[in-house]
Design a binder for this molecule. Structure first.
Ligand code: GDP
Ligand code: MG
Length: 298
């Protein structure tokens, strides 16, 4: 008989900015989830799959658990994140920013009963006293009752292999959940929208990135050496924001399009024709219909 196969869902949890997306990318050795220094970049649950002979680990990159949900968008994000932690996860990797987190404010979300927790202090490439790290470990260990505590740097890859081994060792016995060889169950269309959104986060400031939703209206793959055609719309909440996105004479939108096209070509490994429009959808973050249309709620 063949050796048993192991597979499971692994939730990456922790406050916004703890480094969850960076860790996922490092584990997968592939830039799948978008990473940004601004909190709340991750609006969707992204599934990345790490697999090999006899195992398949399916990662859920949860949007950071916001302590207060201010509007319907934030509420939708919270529901999505806590569902991953309470219902879907076989294993929880809880990340703490070792450089910034305050041991006195250690909080823990509700987790699925029986799902083991790996407590991971991330950003250990940044200076932090042993005393501080110990205090953080103790504060979180009390709340999370972790099966194991690790120190890593997701950014530099330090400790990531050890973490990977700990994860694989705890995957339950299951057949593969997804056809082997699929890196993700999301469509290229979805990644295209995330790539455009990442550029919005890079190029614009203040309220703009948070007020922008990206919808990919068309994704046509022609093959035979012809570039893919991608048409996307950026939805903002007010006319003023539209003006800022487009810029004087359209120069800012052009810069955004050029950068997003380059990133998309790099991701897909083929040429892309990209066009981006900007439209106003008044107060979309408060509009349940818009949230559904833009794919934030089901
Ligand atoms: P998320 O909100 O938890 O998904 O966090 P991200 O993965 O988007 O990371 C937030 C910020 O922290 C980004 O600027 C990352 O480059 C940075 N970061 C993540 N991991 C590390 C790390 O190990 N060391 C350092 N110095 N920075 C990191
Ligand atoms: Mg993230």
């Amino acid at each position: 008989m063949d050796a048993p196969h192991h597979a499971g869902f692994v939730a990456l949890a922790g406050l916004p900015n703890a480094g969850k997306s960076t860790l996922l990318n490092s584990l997968l050795k592939f830039k799948l989830s978008i990473v940004s220094p601004k909190p709340q970049t991750t609006r969707h649950r992204i599934l990345g799959i790490l697999e090999g002979e006899g195992f398949q680990a399916c990662f859920l990159d949860t949007p950071g658990l916001l302590s207060e949900a201010k509007d319907p968008l934030q509420k939708a994000l919270r529901v999505e994140a806590s569902r991953a932690l309470r219902e879907d996860a076989d294993l929880i990797v809880y990340l703490v920013d070792a450089a910034e987190a305050d041991p006195a404010k250690a909080e823990a979300p509700a987790l699925r009963d029986g799902a083991p927790v790996l407590l991971v202090l991330n950003k250990c490439d940044r200076p932090a006293s042993e005393e501080r790290l110990k205090a953080l470990e103790a504060a979180y260990a009390e709340r999370l009752k972790p099966a194991k505590v690790l120190r890593i740097s997701a950014l530099k890859g330090q400790g990531v292999e050890e973490l990977k081994a700990e994860i694989l060792a705890r995957l339950p016995e299951n057949p593969p959940f997804y056809e082997k060889g699929q890196l993700s169950d999301r469509w290229e269309r979805f990644f295209a929208s995330e790539i455009v959104r990442e550029q919005v986060f890079d190029l614009y400031h203040d309220e703009i990135p948070h007020a922008t939703a990206v919808v990919v209206d068309t994704f046509r793959e022609h093959g035979q050496g012809r570039p893919d055609e991608v048409f996307a719309t950026l939805y903002v909440e007010r006319d003023g924001q539209k003006g800022i996105l487009i810029g004087k004479g359209g120069q800012d939108l052009k810069r955004l399009t050029d950068r997003a096209r380059a990133a998309l070509e790099n991701f897909l490994g083929r040429d892309v024709e990209l066009e981006i429009w900007v439209k106003v959808r008044k107060d979309w973050r408060k509009d349940p219909r818009a949230l559904k249309e833009f794919g934030y709620t089901s």
